[in-house]
Design a protein around this ligand. Structure first.
Ligand code: MSP
Length: 504
């Protein structure tokens, strides 16, 4: 089964921050894990470049929308690279090939009778590019996200008959309990539908920075419809001369935060139904990264620059920290102190040190060759169920839980070294077999857990696996005991050096 995973496409009206990097990292971890399982994977990310927020930001900076989009799309691409994301394509919605496909699909929706002309009146937030119902506003008619006072706007445009999809959507939710995960987000989306769906405007008359409407050249499509369609259009032009749609559509999972739940879990499936396109399999909705209790966001100004963190600590540490510290699916606070704590205790001490010590002992006591020996049954047992459990966690997109499973193996091996004390065994000739067994157990344990950890920390695990004489990073051999002794080990630089040293 091919696996197609996406991130939201990020707005180019601002610079990327750690919140964007977070979703990209999570999607990448999933993509890498599925590749390890031998699946055919397509991983898409990109930028959302049309609409009023971008047009306004460009005007403020004295640029054209395209100039601003070109500049910031490069920044978002750089973030993908920075965090080691293996996206197969980076879509930009200002790409004419995207626009053409958007027109084709929405023309179909129009032809099928799901679109009509009308007048919209209501509170409008230009920063969200979204009309807000009165119930959504906070005191003083303010946008709950941007905290700016909103004006009532009136506009003639084309409407999408969303209300007609109320029942089909309710039925779909019933038939597909996995459509939105975690469960609380599923309930939230369903409650939104049940409270009654109003038709929504599909087009905008006031702006020109967008995909023009084929049946009314004075209008452009509302940026959200143009944006959502990226998941579908990208497949048609991501590979020159090849259309990947049949191979990868429907998407396996759209990953996003809860801010855009309504668009993905309600509007998007309705639009696809109207266009007679198969629905994606699942939406995974994660929580917010918080700084001092508040959502990290450009409008609040409490953003962390991922470039600075990666420069100091490396991409692996950032990937690990975000997915370990914040239970994936829930909101969670992050901080520099918390980051440094985990870097030192989990990565440098528990994992990095275990690796260096084990390799150093194999080098010193057995001349760099992993002994051919049996591992103690309690270690074999501790590792026996772990790979299957990790795979199961991945199937549920429970990334933090997967990491916790793996980390219990790291801790188990650390306890094992302390119990066995190979540095004492080596002093006693009669304990030679036991020393062989201890060293084999460490090498084999490190190998298996590094394979499981590989999607989270691709660099460190690849280095360690190589030092253990192993090239295979797939999950084929992620079973304790599937590799015997005899591998030649190499020296390993500290995987997570002290940060002062890294910063030099
Ligand atoms: N352009 C739309 C999405 C269109 S998708 C068809 C958009 N862009 S955005 O730049 O605002 O990105 C929002 C997404 O960025 C969130 O859904 C989430 O994936 C990520 N995050 C931004 N800030 C974040 C946090 N503070 N915490 C967690 N995720 C964060 O909405």
């Amino acid at each position: 089964m091919p696996f197609y995973v996406t991130t939201p496409i990020y707005y180019v009206n601002g610079e990327p921050h750690l919140g964007h990097a977070y979703t990209t990292i999570a999607a990448d971890v999933l993509a890498r894990h599925m590749r390890q399982r031998g699946e055919e994977v397509f991983f898409l990310t990109g930028t959302d470049e049309h609409g009023e927020p971008v047009a306004l930001a460009a005007e403020k900076q004295g640029m054209t929308p395209r100039e601003l989009a070109d500049k910031n799309a490069e920044r978002f691409k750089a973030v993908s690279k920075l965090v080691n994301a293996t996206n197969d394509f980076f879509i930009r919605t200002s790409d004419p090939r995207h626009a053409e496909k958007v027109q084709e699909v929405l023309q179909r929706v129009y032809d099928a009778g799901h679109v009509y002309q009308g007048t919209y009146e209501g509170f409008y937030c230009p920063r969200c590019a979204d009309f807000k119902s009165e119930a959504e506003l906070i005191e003083g008619n303010k946008c709950p996200i941007h905290l700016i006072e909103l004006e009532r706007e009136k506009e003639d445009n084309w409407f999408f008959r969303l209300s007609a999809f109320q029942e089909p959507l309710e039925r779909m939710f019933e038939e597909r309990p996995d459509w939105v995960i975690p469960r609380n987000r599923y309930n939230e989306a369903l409650a939104f539908i049940r409270q009654g769906l109003n038709d929504i405007s599909l087009t905008r008359a006031r702006i020109s920075w967008g995909v023009s409407v084929p049946w009314d050249e004075d209008q452009v499509f509302y940026v959200w419809f143009d944006a959502l369609l990226n998941y579908y259009t990208a497949l048609s032009f991501a590979r020159d001369g090849e259309d990947l749609t049949d191979r990868f559509w429907p998407a396996s999972v759209h990953v996003m935060a809860k801010d855009i739940l309504k668009f993905h879990t309600v509007f998007w499936p309705a639009l696809l139904m109207a266009a007679d396109i198969e629905l994606p399999e699942r939406d995974f909705v994660h929580g917010y990264l918080l700084m001092d209790e508040h959502k990290m966001s450009k409008s609040l100004g409490n953003v962390v620059d991922p470039f600075k963190i990666v420069e100091l600590y490396g991409a692996d540490a950032l990937r690990y920290y975000l997915l370990r510290e914040v239970s994936f699916g829930q909101d969670g606070s992050i901080s520099t102190e918390g980051f440094e704590r985990r870097y030192t205790s989990d990565l440098a001490n528990e994992y990095g040190n275990l690796a260096s010590r084990s390799l150093a002992m194999i080098a010193k006591y057995r001349d760099g060759t992993v002994p051919d020996a049996e591992a103690p049954s309690e270690i074999v047992a501790a590792f026996a169920e772990a790979p299957a459990r990790v795979v199961e966690r991945f199937d549920g997109v429970e990334l933090t839980a997967a990491l916790e499973e793996i980390w219990s193996l790291v801790r188990r091996l650390n306890a094992f070294v302390q119990e066995e004390e190979p540095w004492q065994l080596v002093k006693d000739e009669t304990q030679s077999d036991r020393l062989d067994s201890a060293l084999y157990t460490l090498a084999e344990g490190l190998r298996v857990l590094s394979l499981l950890l590989h999607p989270f920390m691709p660099d460190a695990t690849t280095k360690l696996l190589r030092a253990l004489g192993q090239d295979d990073t797939t999950l084929r051999t992620a079973r304790f005991g599937s590799v015997g002794g005899g591998a030649r080990c190499a020296a390993l630089e500290p995987l997570f050096p002290r940060v002062e040293a890294a910063a030099d």
